[in-house]
Write a protein that binds this ligand. Sequence first.
Ligand SMILES: [Zn+2]
Ligand SMILES: [Zn+2]
Length: 307
Amino acid sequence: MKRMATRREILVGVAALAATSAMAQPGRSRLILLGTGGGPTPKANRSAPAQAIVVNGAAYVIDCGNGVARQMALAGLPLNSLKAVFLTHQHSDHNADYGNLIWLSWAANLTTRVETYGPPPLKAMTRLFLEMNAYDIATRIADEGRPPLKGLIVPHELTTGGLVAEDANVKVTCALVDHGAVKPAFAYRFDCADRSIVISGDTRPSDNLVRLAKGADVLVHEVLYGPAVDRMVGAETNAKTLREHLLSSHTLAEDVGKVATQAGVKTLVLSHFVPGGAPVVTDEQWAAAVRPHFAGKLVVGRDLMEL
Ligand SMILES: [Zn+2]
Ligand SMILES: [Zn+2]
């Protein structure tokens, strides 16, 4: 009897089809949500925060939550297409697989330079990661004829907003956002030939972000569901501190809608869901909380969704 395709196989198939159709359209930007769950705890239903913007076959990855390389594989994105990495801030749900993504891409035949951008201590992280994995790296250079990995990673530390990078595919700018005690924290704007995409990173409602996102086609914004916060932190021993952190460093769904309206973006994509796992908040609940405050196109993000 013929076996039914699993949901994962269907998703992979859809991503591969999309990849094929995009190759026929030079210059078109693809935005893929690789991981949409906020917070460092691994979740069954959402991977940790990461996005890919792909232009002319080059992948620009924003944030490296745990599993980002695996999510790229599931999305049908070749790991050796990695061109640049942007970290919004140094929280483990955003940087846990920073080194792993590049290291595993190198094992998947990455031979070109990867520029990386993010807050300090990005250079030390890069150096220490290479040192920690020196044995494997040296072995693969000797046994498999791979180029030295060290020379392929070029880290750039960011401490303030402004122009980050520009190439034939995309111009990248950033702005400082307000993520409580974690400083600096950045949002990034990608101006491609066909459209502009802004990734909020983690932030409370931010005027700098509104300015950065002015008139953008797409804003991917983190989101917090107020009614679930008490239920979510209730069981934790550090409930009071965690609750204060969440409310002072993140953006409630209602305010995400207001930020998107102030910025005048065409499409708002919700991601970095808190809670991203239990207690479960439905797509309808997320949308209902934002909708009264934003009249444009609203997308409740899912892992491997392409926009
Ligand atoms: Zn986060
Ligand atoms: Zn954070």
